[in-house]
Design a protein around this ligand. Structure first.
Ligand code: ZN
Length: 315
């Protein structure tokens, strides 16, 4: 690995050939071709966009769509294959583990194996597991282990719960399919996970637990004042903002907006904002054009592009 990569992107996806049999990412052929590639095409597009290092993670729905019996042995094969891909280009790739969350204790063990044996930097969890949000107590063994290993857990969107699609979106799904994804559904679903993590008390149980949210924190930084006000009194002495700002990091994945960035920097501080593209769902070039004119000082710019990731992921 280069001593100091100057642009690190950490919500960058791929698709494991065995996991794809359990669930489709719902992407077109151009995106799937890029999800499949962990070599020439990906490296060429990283070079063109000035990205030194991608932290790779499995795309949606990933192992969250696989039951415990199949998921536990599959996770080892998936992470071992990802390890081999990283080893082929160790100066260009790092990795987040895929976890078989249908069996939380096995998922915690796989997290530990991935971090201690394979050198992974944490894990990414997509959407829900069997209809359960991941703040549920059944998943806490994963967070206990993440704290012990001092690695972050990246909570990533997946399609909304079927009952939510039915109640909120179904009359627009056909004409505006993006409504379920980046067009709205992803953001609401994942922001809800973020709020629920704070309400669950998991950060009291594991006070050094670190959670990453993509897509500028799924909108939560913008809402911090109002959520804190709305929840005043029910969270004990700390406010929602206090807890969020102590435990969450956010990335710019698929969200290249100056006003959104400034809002996030004002609310949670530049030290907790990390550059990401969300390749190949967002094009590297969109991000590379945006970062040419970031409204940040040189010091803050280098924190956002690499320094914060180096510190959080110990790269
Ligand atoms: Zn993503």
């Amino acid at each position: 690995m280069a001593d100091k990569p100057t642009v690190i992107a950490l919500e960058e996806h791929y698709l494991d050939p065995e996991v794809r049999q359990h669930g489709s990412p719902g992407a077109g052929p151009d995106i799937v071709r890029r999800l499949d590639d962990l070599s020439d095409l990906r490296l060429k597009e990283m070079d063109a966009a000035g990205i030194d290092l991608q932290v790779l993670s499995h795309t949606i729905p990933g192992l969250q769509a696989v039951d415990a019996a199949a998921g536990v042995p599959l996770a080892r094969r998936v992470n071992d294959r990802l390890y081999e891909a990283v080893q082929r280009h160790p100066d260009r790739f790092a990795a987040f583990a895929a976890l078989p969350t249908a069996d939380p204790l096995a998922a915690a063990d796989e997290l530990e194996r991935s971090v201690t044996r394979l050198g992974f930097k944490g894990a990414m969890i997509n959407g829900m597991t069997d209809g359960h949000f991941h703040d549920d107590r059944r998943f806490w063994p994963i967070y206990e282990r993440a704290q012990a290993l001092d690695v972050p857990i990246y909570i990533h969107p997946a399609l909304p719960h079927p009952a939510v699609i039915e109640a909120y979106y179904k009359d627009y799904v056909e004409t505006h399919p993006g409504i379920l994804r980046a067009g709205w559904g992803f953001n609401v679903e994942t922001a809800t996970q973020g709020v629920r993590f704070v309400l669950s008390g998991v950060f009291d149980a594991y006070p050094r637990l670190k959670i990453i949210l993509g897509h500028m924190g799924e909108g939560l930084p913008f809402f911090l004042w109002r959520i804190s006000h709305g929840l005043r009194g029910s969270l004990g002495e700390r406010s929602f903002r206090d807890i969020f700002c102590a435990h969450f990091w956010i990335t710019t994945s698929g969200f290249f907006s100056d006003p959104a960035l400034i809002c996030c920097a004002m609310e949670i501080g530049i030290d907790r904002i990390l550059y990401s593209v969300d390749y190949p769902f967002a094009e590297n070039q969109l991000g590379s054009e945006w970062i040419k004119t970031l409204p940040l000082s040189p010091e803050d710019r280098s924190k956002l592009l690499a320094g914060n990731a180096r510190r959080l992921l110990k790269l």
